[in-house]
Design a binder for this molecule. Structure first.
Ligand code: ZN
Ligand code: ZN
Length: 351
């Protein structure tokens, strides 16, 4: 228990540093669906300019609340429906999507299998013993995965780019490709991963019968004390002969969703983040609330949308069970409750 508390404290301090170093100069707005803009010093920037993370007067009490919450783990984590993965080795039910937890989704479609932002670690932080603890185990053991053709990573925050999971996947299957936004490749190559593809926004690569599209989101990046926005952030589309899939990564609500929908939609399925949005003064620019996530699903023209990025790591002020409730409620108001998918961790569904 003591180790756990120390870990939470270190995680909170790290998060505070993360917020403290995020700043920069504005740049002229531009269309989102274009190569990512950069500042003169090489840092990437959203087309609307650098995004804020709230005043210190909001961030400090937030950190104290996170520490307090860690002493008394909050209820409301998703149901867990852990699978042994045996059915992946059966005759196949493709196209199929499986929620492993957080933003980790296993997709099978058009002859390929791929993972989004794989994280199997116990903490979402640079230290194995510190940082936001995992509230729910992964829905499937990493060793139980079927062969994976490729992995897409949305950005370098620790709850999305989990180096130990990526190296384990590369060691397990030397044929797996790792597709990352610009300037994230070096981190993987330094860890010994060789099959790395780096793409700019609007860049594409073909794997088997599908095309993988690197697309914008409104977010930011940071992994160490001084590397703010040195590596790009993105969302991903995977389009094949029979199915089209969109993965939103981590993002505030932004105009680019509409451009993505017009250019590459409609999608059969989107996986969009619906959690880590409170307090809004800190999170609004970089994390959607559930109502915005539903609007994003409409913008990209998704027939069905799986809510992810909640209930797995306790990252923010909202209760763990609030994102799926509000997400379904908004879909119900629009007469489309059946299209707002909320899974148990480990659950699969055809799409
Ligand atoms: Zn992030
Ligand atoms: Zn995140």
């Amino acid at each position: 228990m003591r180790r756990f508390r120390r870990g939470v404290l270190a995680g909170a301090l790290f998060s505070l540093l993360v917020g403290a170093f995020a700043a920069g100069e504005p740049s002229a707005p531009q269309r989102w669906l274009a190569p990512a803009p950069r500042l003169a010093d090489g840092r990437f920037v959203n087309p609307v300019g650098p995004i804020g993370h709230g005043p210190l007067g909001v961030r400090l009490p937030f950190m104290l609340r996170r520490i307090r919450a860690s002493f008394d783990l909050r209820p409301g984590a998703p149901r867990i429906d852990r699978t042994d993965g045996a059915f992946f080795r059966g005759p196949g039910e493709s196209p199929r999507v499986t929620w492993i937890g957080h933003a980790t989704v296993l997709v099978e479609m058009d002859g390929v299998r791929f993972l989004t932002d794989p994280i199997w670690s116990q903490t979402a932080s640079p230290l194995s013993f510190a940082g936001p603890p995992r509230l729910a185990p992964p829905g499937l053991a990493l060793d139980a995965l079927p062969p994976i053709d490729f992995v897409v990573v949305s950005h370098n925050h620790y709850d999305h780019l989990d180096l130990s999971s990526l190296t384990a996947l590369a060691e397990r299957d030397p044929l797996t490709w790792f597709i990352v936004p610009l300037a994230n490749g070096e981190l993987l190559r330094d860890a010994g991963i060789t099959r790395v593809i780096e793409l700019d926004w609007t860049g594409t690569t073909r794997i088997g019968d599908v095309v993988v599209h690197c697309l914008p989101v409104q977010h930011w990046s940071k992994r160490t004390l001084l590397d703010d926005d040195r590596a790009l952030w993105s969302s991903w589309a995977v389009t094949g002969p029979t199915r089209r899939f969109y993965f939103g990564g981590d993002t505030g609500y932004f105009e680019g969703f509409r451009e993505i929908g017009e250019s590459l939609g409609p999608f059969d399925l989107a996986a969009l983040p619906i959690g880590a949005y409170a307090p809004r003064e800190m999170m609004a620019a970089s994390h959607m609330n559930p109502e915005e996530a539903w609007q994003a699903a409409l913008d990209v023209r998704a027939a069905a949308v799986l809510g992810v990025h909640f209930g797995t790591f306790d990252l923010s002020d909202e209760a763990s069970d609030e994102p799926p409730r509000r997400f379904r409620e908004r879909a119900r108001e629009g007469g489309r409750e059946g299209d707002a998918w909320v899974f148990s961790i480990g659950e699969s569904r055809r799409f």
